[in-house]
Ligand binder design. Structure first.
Ligand SMILES: [Zn+2]
Length: 237
């Protein structure tokens, strides 16, 4: 049975979600991440992608030269432009709300009122403190308020917010709050389990630790629902 499409876009494109009060509530106001919103300047998108690539490349070249590398070498000379393109077009393209995936909703015709869990969504992002990757699995769940979403959209939403310089706490909150807005329900849970290269490949060089963050909204704050969700995702698997 084909589900009837009821909405083609969401108000999320404007990103007018007030996330800051919730962050302080859930994480304590002494936490390092200052806001659930990615800190962006008002002029963040005045330049086109191409202008940004052209502007970043010479700066990256300067970093390499200061490190003492010989940019005349065939292997190195393309690197500044390559890195600039990768930053703007790939790793950080989720900074721009214009790249937000469209979130099509369907009516919940089957009256499925239990929790839906999408687990083991792979994600790759970059730590905003060191600009090196952290990556792992995201587990997302919601209880339908009458609307449902295509499963692949959950993956795309995780991917969109991952393509920014991030801290794991903020990434988790952004995904959770965005899903609440899109699905028009508070009943959303997100858990992220990640390995940070800034922890494993440098600094304390701890290769075995993972970082786990979670977001529990609405009914997921009830112990019973929370345990059900955790049982489904069974992150020790
Ligand atoms: Zn880091």
């Amino acid at each position: 049975m084909k589900q009837k499409e009821t909405l083609s876009t969401t108000p999320l494109k404007q990103e007018h979600i007030d996330l800051s009060s919730l962050l302080i509530e859930e994480m304590g106001d002494e936490h390092k991440a200052s806001s659930v919103e990615t800190p962006l300047r008002a002029d963040a998108f005045d330049k086109t992608d191409e202008e940004k690539i052209a502007a970043i490349a010479p700066h990256f070249k300067a970093i390499m030269e200061i490190l003492g590398m010989d940019l005349r070498d065939d292997s190195l000379k393309g690197t500044p432009l390559r890195v600039a393109k990768m930053y703007v077009k790939e790793l950080f393209q989720g900074l721009n709300p214009a790249n937000m995936p469209s979130m099509t909703l369907f009516e919940n015709k089957f009256q499925y009122n239990e929790m839906l869990v999408e687990k083991n969504i792979n994600f790759y992002t970059n730590c905003e403190h060191h600009f090196v990757p952290f990556f792992g699995k995201a587990h997302v769940a919601y209880i339908s308020s009458g609307k449902v979403i295509g499963l692949s959209k959950l993956n795309r939403l995780v991917e969109y917010f991952s393509k920014r310089p991030q801290v794991q706490e903020r990434l988790t909150m952004q995904i959770g709050k965005a899903l609440q807005t899109v699905l028009q329900t508070q009943d959303v849970a997100v858990m992220m389990d990640a390995k940070h290269l800034c922890v494993s490949s440098r600094g304390v060089k701890d290769d075995s630790s993972n970082t786990i963050t979670s977001f529990f909204g609405g009914k997921f704050q009830e112990e019973k629902r929370k345990m059900e969700f955790l049982k489904y995702i069974d992150i020790n698997e």
